[in-house]
Design a protein around this ligand. Structure first.
Ligand SMILES: Cc1cc2nc3c(=O)[nH]c(=O)nc-3n(C[C@H](O)[C@H](O)[C@H](O)COP(=O)(O)O)c2cc1C
Length: 192
């Protein structure tokens, strides 16, 4: 598959096939994809906590804010829950590029997951204290981003931005998750 098609397929996924759980080696492979990704100064400050225990997954689901634009949907329910989490951490003094490194690593994981038919949702909205306590994190590590993973259980597609300019995603009549993206002409500000 060419990279544009893979990027099109790699939409955030929030509903999974819980009956087909990811295993720890699957999560390890995803982190291996992040491990070889670019990193500022090649300092590789990020660390990864892998979670495949279903009890912990369930508890982590409750620590996150799910799909703020889907009013009335409180997150994945039984049967559609993520079956793995990768929690990206870094030391508090890890430097000004940590957020950029984290985004690159997360995108590598999301693309790698999509290439296998798995889904991924980056979760920036989470209760850090609760996540740190659940994972038993030392104070020397701060949670940067939480990634929910599993075999994809929902259809997702791109759409042009609506005329009212709203960037909110929605679910259509077929329960497909629709993500509006700005047109190329809107995002290229200059050709010099
Ligand atoms: C840094 C970052 C943080 C995000 N945090 C959340 C979150 O807390 N909860 C959530 O449901 N989705 C979250 N998302 C997913 C976005 O909502 C999603 O990327 C956006 O709707 C566009 O959809 P797409 O990923 O399919 O292109 C986050 C995405 C990024 C990049």
């Amino acid at each position: 598959m060419d990279i544009h098609s893979l990027l099109t397929q790699a939409r955030s996924c929030r509903r999974f096939i819980e009956a087909s759980p990811l295993q720890t080696p699957d999560l390890e492979w995803l982190v291996d994809c992040a491990r070889i990704s670019p990193s500022a100064r090649n300092a590789q400050v990020l660390r990864y906590v892998l979670v495949s225990s279903s009890e912990l997954c369930q508890q982590l689901i409750g620590c996150a804010g799910w799909a703020g634009a889907l009013k009335g949907w409180g997150g994945p329910s039984a049967g559609e829950r993520p079956t793995g989490f990768i929690v990206i951490t870094a030391a508090p003094e890890s430097g000004k590029w940590t957020g950029v490194d984290c985004g690159i690593a997360a995108q590598s994981i999301q693309l790698a997951a999509a290439s296998k038919g798995w889904g991924c949702c980056m979760l920036g909205s989470f209760n850090e204290e609760k996540v740190a306590a659940l994972l038993g994190l030392a104070p020397t590590q701060r949670v940067q981003l939480v990634l929910a993973l599993g075999v994809a259980g929902e259809q997702r597609r791109l759409a042009p931005m609506p005329d009212n300019g709203s960037f909110n995603y929605w679910r259509d009549e077929q329960d497909v998750h629709v993500v509006p993206k700005r047109a190329l002409a809107e995002v290229i500000s200059k050709r010099l």
